[in-house]
Ligand binder design. Structure first.
Ligand code: TGC
Ligand code: FAD
Length: 403
């Protein structure tokens, strides 16, 4: 007979569903995030500073590219292991989870899956230790939700490709040693205009990566542009094995999966901070926690969090069995990011004026969630992906438009 307990941090005992091996990874990530990351997170956010030392520490701990095989410097672990790491990092600051998402899912993954053996050997072990930092350029100033309309071009020339164009909103670009860039390739043949991936190293002539200034969200995460003016990319730096939008989108499936797990940590942290606060604060002669309106807010939070936890676990289970579809990922990214944003906003409100300061951390999460609900496909775009799957009708363009 099992014991019957009510644990308001994990009401349905979802952590019991996680394998022993993945729970050990979770415990190590939690220990690191709480003891090493947490003390530095508030200042990093206030000062808009990304601590490169943290990237290296995460590399040393094996938190980068955890699902990449060991022969390339990864840990050969499950996708669920990647999920539990993200949950622990996001619990503290999504800016650092973003770093891990990009490095693991958007840089190491495409090199591993679409790259040559030489590219894998050259880059993956150093990306895994954090010795080099990667970034991923898909979004352009005029093409965000619709990356298929990108205009960045790669023209075939002797010995390689000449890249022109600009990407924006690129996590890590200002500090990146290596940019994975998606561009329309023109070689004068049958594949003219087909999207391909290229690896551009820092120092390439014509490459610049200016920072996006005045961000009010994900402040510790360096975000920038990738500007390419006649950048020469040798043949050996083109990803050989992928053509079309399914290349960049398949990387997004992994990163979006990581977000599904990560924001569980955000929601849990906001809820726990709000609960602790209302238990300790008295107004009108009574603890705030005794007020009906406050109690239902807490009840709504744990209800949403329980759904988020179970959704994340089940998606991880399906992904580890290679049964997760892009629509399943869209459903969970949309639900969990949207719910985490809502929980962070409610928690902020429950802390009153104190919720406005960074010291209580909920406004830090709230601002970060505005980004997470937008990047990797906005809340509404994932709704449209689901709508298309349900109805088999494409609705990305206005009705009546015959495009
Ligand atoms: P569509 O016709 O739907 O698809 C074109 C081709 O791609 C394939 N495909 C996928 N393949 C794998 N996984 C997926 N999730 C896929 N989705 C589509 C599809 O099968 C097709 O293949 P083929 O062989 O038939 O050519 O393309 P569309 O242009 O109609 O796309 C519509 C839409 C809205 C789904 C898509 O454009 C979209 O997802 N937009 C959102 C853009 C987005 O998510 N951008 C993210 C940028 S990166 C980022 O934000 C990183 S933040 C990092 C951090 O800091 O953590
Ligand atoms: P738009 O596409 O212009 O959308 C604006 C609004 O219109 C949204 O509400 C959207 O839902 C809505 N909309 C768009 N199309 C439709 C439609 N058909 N029907 C109904 N509504 C619609 N990108 C990268 O490539 N790499 C990165 O590393 C990266 N990091 C990022 C980091 C941060 C901090 C941020 C904020 C963004 C990052 N992005 C990155 C870009 C991100 O993926 C895009 O911002 C996102 O995909 C939305 O594109 P957009 O900003 O151009 O908005």
């Amino acid at each position: 007979m099992g014991t019957k307990t009510f644990n308001s941090n994990d009401i349905y005992h979802f952590e019991e569903l996680i394998s022993q091996e993945d729970r050990m990874i979770m415990d190590a990530a939690r220990e690191y995030a709480q003891t090493q990351l947490e003390p530095r997170a508030l200042e990093g956010n206030q000062d808009e500073q990304f601590d490169i030392g943290i990237a290296r520490e995460m590399g040393d701990l094996g938190l980068l590219g955890v699902f990449i095989p060991e022969e390339y410097g990864g840990a050969g672990s499950s996708y669920t292991a990647y999920g539990v790491i993200n949950r622990e990092l996001d619990r503290v600051d999504s800016a650092y989870r973003s770093f891990v998402s990009v490095q693991s899912s958007l840089v190491m993954h495409p090199i591993h899956v679409f790259g040559t053996e030489e590219q894998r050997q050259k880059y993956l072990p150093r990306l895994a230790t954090g010795e080099i930092i990667g970034c991923y350029g898909l979004t352009e100033p005029d093409h965000g939700s619709d990356p298929g309309s990108m205009i960045t071009s790669a023209k075939k020339i002797d010995g390689g490709w000449k890249l022109n164009g600009s990407k924006t909103w690129i996590t890590n670009s200002p500090i990146a040693d290596l940019c994975v860039v998606w561009a329309k390739a023109y070689d004068g043949g049958d594949e003219d205009g087909v999207i391909r991936g290229f690896l551009i190293e820092r120092g390439t002539e014509g490459l610049s990566t200016p920072k996006v200034k005045n961000k009010m969200s994900m402040r510790a995460s360096p975000t920038g542009e990738i500007v390419m003016q006649d950048c020469f990319i040798p043949n050996e730096n083109a990803l050989p094995d992928i053509r079309g939008l399914k290349g960049p989108f398949s990387c997004l499936n992994n990163a979006r999966f990581g977000i599904v797990w990560g924001v569980v940590g955000v929601a849990e942290n906001c809820y726990q901070r709000a609960r602790d606060y209302v238990l300790g604060r008295t107004q009108f002669g009574y603890p705030l926690a005794s007020m009906q309106l406050i109690q239902t807010k807490l009840a709504n939070m744990v209800t949403d969090i329980t759904q988020m936890q179970l959704l994340a676990w089940r998606l991880g289970d399906l992904k580890d069995k290679d049964r997760a579809t892009p629509e399943m990922v869209s459903l969970a990214k949309r639900n969990n990011a949207g719910a985490a944003l809502n929980i962070a906003r409610v928690a902020r409100d429950m802390l009153g004026g104190n919720g406005i300061t960074g010291d209580f951390r909920v406004i830090h999460h709230m601002m970060n969630m505005e980004t997470v609900n937008t990047y990797e496909g906005t809340y509404d775009i994932h709704g449209l992906v689901l709508g298309r799957a349900i109805t088999e009708i494409q609705s990305f363009v206005p009705r009546g438009n015959d495009q």
